[in-house]
Design a protein around this ligand. Structure first.
Ligand code: SF4
Ligand code: SF4
Length: 499
């Protein structure tokens, strides 16, 4: 039974009714500010520096030069309004500052004031404003009410990407000493221990051994969960939530069974025991690179031939879109495989080649829908064809399960709604925002559940899984209705006990 929240959870209501505008309704929502040690560990000032305005304005100028897309986004909005009702946080809260265009304007007005001629000479005429303490406060609140999901950019005729604006704002705030505790503390743990949880090597080894015993007991098959095995073919880089959290862990068991059944040698690395890369969320190239380099180091150290990513949305975005730039070249790996490869691609290929077999009847007790995770849907791809990131997971699910039903088309694939906890917001200090921001996804889930008696929603993102486990009960669902795609696969896999 979920604990009653100390805020009002809306009635699930009808899908996509634009809420009444409620100014400042989320002005009280902000995450804890990073402590001195968390800031300094990432190379940022420990607290707000004295000349923060000057440094912040200079950093904004530096970022618009470095990332030309950012400057284009700040220059090109025509205020057409197409994005205003596309953000789940606006739909769930009614706070007008959660309209994507208004969120962008918090940075845009400062950019105009200091970096455009009309803004310098006629600020009021062009909506330009000085960077004041009040503006900085708004930045901190509302750039931590954006999960960087990029849904708004799909509907913007100019393709303006609010996620990039939000990342830039967070980077500026880190630079002046006002970072977010949740993200920065976690990145620090990856730099020192290799994973978000701060799980040391011994504890990781112990966890993996425990999983071997569990699978042997449940299935009677000696599936291995290898750690730091030199010369293995595949390095599995997976979100550390897969090692202990529910429902993630059943996904990890599914990957291990697939590797076992296909006869692929694989290993986890204690040096790179994390696929997540929160450097993306805070817009810090340097931190993102430092995290990514651990994967390269582990691959070289272990002498693997392939790198495979587990089920994690933003990790896949960083892996698919940036890994080569951040930590490449990966010319020491087997060129017959993409670098990196997604576990869904691996399973899909093995199914196609007939190297593994699924019995979908094993999941006949389930009626399943699929939540497309934002960073997979809108910021990366899978397989060799456009749209593979939508097709491949669905083909794997359908091979594993006879009863699959999609949610309505304007809430899936490219138009998918964020779970409400992405972009570094999966922290209890933002639970009200997370719950309200989940509303559009919950409405679509309710609709498909009413039509098709859905029992489970599958996902391929660690953040989505954790977020849904928490917020599903607030909307009348059970927390265990969210499952890993590879749980379905693992349960349906026809195992050969002779391996
Ligand atoms: S990127 Fe997502 S969370 Fe951010 S403003 Fe756009 S729709 Fe909202
Ligand atoms: S859709 Fe694009 S151009 Fe239109 S208001 Fe939104 S950000 Fe500006």
């Amino acid at each position: 039974m979920a604990k009653a929240p100390d805020f009002e959870v809306q009635d699930i209501g009808d899908y996509l009714v634009t809420p009444p505008v409620m100014p400042d309704s989320m002005a009280h929502s902000q995450p804890f500010v990073a402590k001195k040690e968390h800031q300094e560990a990432l190379g940022f000032p420990g607290e707000l520096i004295d000349n923060w305005q000057e440094v912040a304005v200079a950093k904004l100028g530096e970022l618009t030069k470095k990332y030309r897309g950012l400057q284009v986004y700040l220059d090109s909005c025509v205020k057409c309004g197409a994005c205003t009702d596309k953000c789940h946080y606006f739909l769930g809260t009614g706070d007008p500052k959660n309209m994507p265009v208004a969120r962008q304007d918090l940075l845009r007005k400062v950019y105009r004031r200091y970096y455009t001629l009309p803004g310098k000479y006629f600020p009021k005429l062009v909506g330009a404003e000085d960077l004041t303490e009040e503006v900085l406060d708004d930045w901190y609140k509302y750039y931590h009410q954006c999960s960087q999901c990029r849904r708004c950019s799909v509907y913007c005729p100019y393709g303006i990407d609010t996620a990039e604006v939000s990342m830039a704002a967070r980077e500026i705030m880190d630079t002046v000493g006002k970072g977010q505790k949740y993200c920065n503390e976690i990145i620090g743990k990856v730099h020192t221990l290799g994973n978000n949880l701060g799980l040391p090597e011994k504890a990781l080894a112990h966890t993996l051994e425990g999983l071997e015993e569990d699978v042997l007991e449940d299935d009677g098959v000696a599936v291995k969960f290898p750690l730091d095995v030199k010369g293995a073919d595949v390095l599995l880089v997976t979100p550390s939530a897969d090692f202990f959290a529910e429902p993630h862990i059943d996904g990890l068991i599914g990957y291990a069974k697939v590797f076992h059944q296909a006869g692929l040698s694989w290993t986890v690395s204690s040096h790179a025991s994390e696929a997540a890369n929160f450097g993306l969320f805070i817009g810090s190239y340097e931190n993102m690179q430092k995290v990514a380099l651990r994967i390269r180091e582990a691959a070289l150290e272990l002498g693997v031939k392939r790198i495979v990513f587990g089920e994690c949305g933003h990790a896949w975005r960083v892996g698919y879109s940036f890994l080569n730039t951040l930590a490449g070249p990966f010319d020491f790996l087997d060129s017959n495989y993409p670098v990196p490869q997604h576990i869904i691609e691996v399973t899909h290929d093995l199914l196609k080649q007939g190297r593994i077999k699924l019995d979908p009847e094993a999941n006949d007790d389930k009626r399943v829908t699929f939540h497309d995770s934002c960073n997979v849907a809108r910021a990366s791809r899978m397989g060799s064809k456009a749209g593979g990131q939508f097709v491949l997971p669905r083909e794997v699910i359908k091979a594993a399960c006879n009863n699959f039903f999609d949610m309505r088309s304007d809430t899936i694939e490219e138009a998918t709604f964020c779970c409400g906890g992405g972009g570094g917001l999966l922290t209890d200090d933002l639970i009200e925002l997370r719950t309200k921001g989940a509303l559009p996804r919950m409405q679509a889930l309710k609709e498909v559940s009413d039509q098709h008696q859905i029992t489970h929603m599958a996902a391929i993102c660690a953040i989505c899984k954790s977020q849904f486990s928490k917020v599903l009960p607030y909307y009348g669902f059970e927390m265990d209705q969210i499952i890993s795609v590879h749980q379905l696969v693992g349960d349906a896999l026809v195992m050969n006990t002779e391996h």
